[in-house]
Write a protein that binds this ligand. Structure first.
Ligand code: SF4
Length: 228
């Protein structure tokens, strides 16, 4: 009984979500999948179990932040820091911390043991996110702190601001905004379907129907309505 109630709670909450601006996590992502999200295109439903895992990630953030706030070794200047009003992208960094000499943007990521063990460098998509924070907060250094959800081991990587990377990411989001407005489905990611994003993509089915290049969303939408 409870399993069904809990699963439904997460599934309903997911369905209610509508996207009308970019999140920082969209930076560097497959533009086509972000486009489909904006257009509320039919997608594979995410399992309630995975949605619960996202929430579990939030409690791990608190577990990390509590001792950081209490210790004197570092100073938490601010936590849960929003990017100041920006019409293109919104996001909230976990914290801005100081070691007494420099400021750092802190981004905490949790993952399972299997992925954590293999991690020898920061994940590309996480670097993109932190580059955006560094850009908007005008802070030259960030820390990606990875937490193993199963064992609570930690790994950290210091990331230097790279202006070119941040500007390229913003440029891509601006291009994507135009495509969303003009109803042009962007082309597939270059290494489709081998890219890791395709493996976890909820839009795989309609992406394969749409073909590889840019296509008109309004025409395509009618086509998928007939199929479903
Ligand atoms: S399947 Fe791959 S290329 Fe297609 S929308 Fe998803 S991530 Fe993008």
């Amino acid at each position: 009984m409870l399993k069904e109630v809990l699963d439904q709670f997460y599934l309903d909450r997911q369905r209610d979500k509508e996207q009308n601006h970019f999140y920082i996590t969209d930076a560097g992502k497959c533009g086509r999948s972000v486009f489909f999200k904006f257009k509320k295109a039919p997608r594979e439903e995410m399992e309630a179990r995975i949605l619960r895992m996202f929430e579990h990630g939030d409690s791990i953030h608190q577990l990390i932040m509590r001792p950081l706030i209490a210790t004197r070794e570092v100073h938490v200047v601010a936590s849960e820091v929003d990017i100041r009003s920006n019409e293109l992208v919104s996001g909230r960094a976990d914290a801005i911390i100081s070691n007494g000499e420099e400021l750092f943007v802190l981004d905490i990521k949790s993952m399972n043991s299997m992925i954590f063990r293999k991690l020898t460098a920061p994940k590309e998509e996480n670097v993109y996110q932190i580059q955006m924070y560094l850009h908007f907060f005008k802070i030259p250094k960030g820390i990606l702190l990875y937490v193993n959800k199963d064992s609570l081991e930690l790994k950290e990587f210091v990331i230097d601001y790279n202006k070119k990377t941040a500007e390229n990411l913003l440029e891509s989001l601006k291009d994507l905004k135009v495509k969303i407005k003009e109803n042009i489905i962007p082309e597939r990611i270059l290494d489709y379907p081998d890219n890791w994003q395709c493996r976890y993509c909820q839009f795989r089915e309609i992406c394969s129907l749409a073909g590889g290049g840019d296509i008109d969303w309004e025409i395509f939408e009618k086509k998928i309505e007939k199929v479903s």
